[in-house]
Design a protein around this ligand. Structure first.
Ligand code: ATP
Length: 345
């Protein structure tokens, strides 16, 4: 297969297992974001792909070749880490050309490649500037261009945008994705920022406790989370317990919900309902009832907090579909089967 394959990869530090039996296929030309809370093992996994750490078990294959024990410099990688490690005393052009100079590429080829890359990162004409005179975003682009100078097979980035302010980071996410699509280069980015992952990735890999909890497209992760960890970690959601009686009739927070079914034989399950899917109605048939406790109007969106049997359910709407409710009012919360995702755990 062309691309990257992680086969049963394990990393132990002493008796601590930081990465546990990770299986992942990254097809050639795709963009993967590894996402998860601090300490979940994403950097350790990236370091093993880079050859900076050796797995305790399993194998890593690139385009079918077992590279588990191949040293970093022979893996044909481009890498950008949080500390960009640009050479401060060199110019932009010299920084980008550095990997080519080390490989003793002809001077003319170096110059041509630097110009090509500068135009790709929208810094044409900057070759002779000292990097010390660049803005944070410009430095970021130079680090990316330097990593891409050798036309690597695999592009690895660890929290590459985390030092930038929020606006610039969002702009750079779009640029990085567009550059990756233009080059068709297989790319893996580690981030703890879910919005960043959703913006850039073909596949989001959600990790926790050294394991992959789900690997899927951003929209599938959001719409069809595999378990309650993923549902809660990606975006906002309402996690609510549901119960089924022996006839399979389901109730949520003590109130019957006709039409909803739990997996065969399950007496209990957790439902994930995105706030934008929660529809408030008049109390009555087909809805569980609760009391509005707070309305937060953020201008672009309105959040309505509803107390149902001591549990808070959040509904989000736009100003156009603003629910006509006030604090203290009794409302119905419509839980139709199409908005409830029944989770494994
Ligand atoms: P963050 O977002 O905070 O960078 P992460 O998901 O990248 O977190 P890792 O850096 O991969 O997490 O670390 C995973 C676990 O392995 C952590 O519990 C960490 O303390 C541990 N760990 C990482 N490197 C070492 C090491 N060299 N020796 C011992 N433990 C390590």
């Amino acid at each position: 297969m062309s691309g990257l394959a992680l086969q049963n990869v394990v990393k132990e530090f002493g008796s601590f297992r930081a990465v546990n039996n990770v299986e992942l296929t990254v097809p050639h030309g795709t963009f993967v974001c590894m996402l998860g809370p601090s300490g979940c093992g994403k950097t350790t996994l990236l370091r093993m792909i880079a050859g900076l750490d050796l797995p305790t078990g399993g194998a890593i294959r690139l385009d079918g070749e077992d590279i588990t024990h191949v040293p970093t410099h022979k893996r044909n990688l481009g890498m950008v880490f949080q500390s960009l490690a640009l050479f401060p005393h060199l110019t932009v052009g010299e920084n980008i050309a550095y990997p080519l100079r080390i490989r003793k590429a002809p001077k003319e080829d170096q110059k041509r490649r630097v110009e090509e890359l500068l135009s790709m990162i929208h810094l044409a004409g900057y070759a002779d500037r000292p990097v010390s005179k660049l803005s944070g975003g410009q430095r970021q682009r130079v680090a990316i261009a330097r990593a891409l100078a050798i036309s690597p097979k695999l592009f690895l980035l660890d929290e590459p945008l985390s030092a930038l302010d929020a606006k610039l980071r969002e702009a750079m996410q779009v640029e990085l994705r567009q550059l990756q699509q233009q080059l068709g280069i297989t790319t893996i980015v580690v981030t703890h920022d879910q919005r960043e992952a959703m913006t850039m990735a073909d596949t989001v890999v959600v990790m926790n406790g050294g394991e992959i909890r789900q690997a899927a497209s951003p929209i599938e992760i959001y719409r069809r989370p595999a378990d309650s960890f993923v549902a809660d970690f990606i975006g906002q959601t309402n996690l609510i317990e549901a119960e089924a009686d022996t006839q399979g009739h389901v109730s949520v927070l003590g109130q019957p919900v006709p039409g909803l079914a739990l997996p065969a034989g399950a007496a209990k399950a957790t439902l994930s309902i995105r706030p934008e899917d929660v529809h408030l109605t008049a109390p009555g048939a087909g809805a569980i009832s609760g009391t509005v406790t707070f309305v937060r109007d953020l201008g672009g969106t309105i959040e309505t907090f509803v107390d149902v049997a001591g549990r808070q359910i959040v509904a989000v709407s736009t100003p156009r579909e603003r629910p006509d409710v006030t604090v203290g009012q009794q409302v119905g919360v419509a839980l139709t089967p199409d908005v409830c995702v029944v989770l494994r755990k």
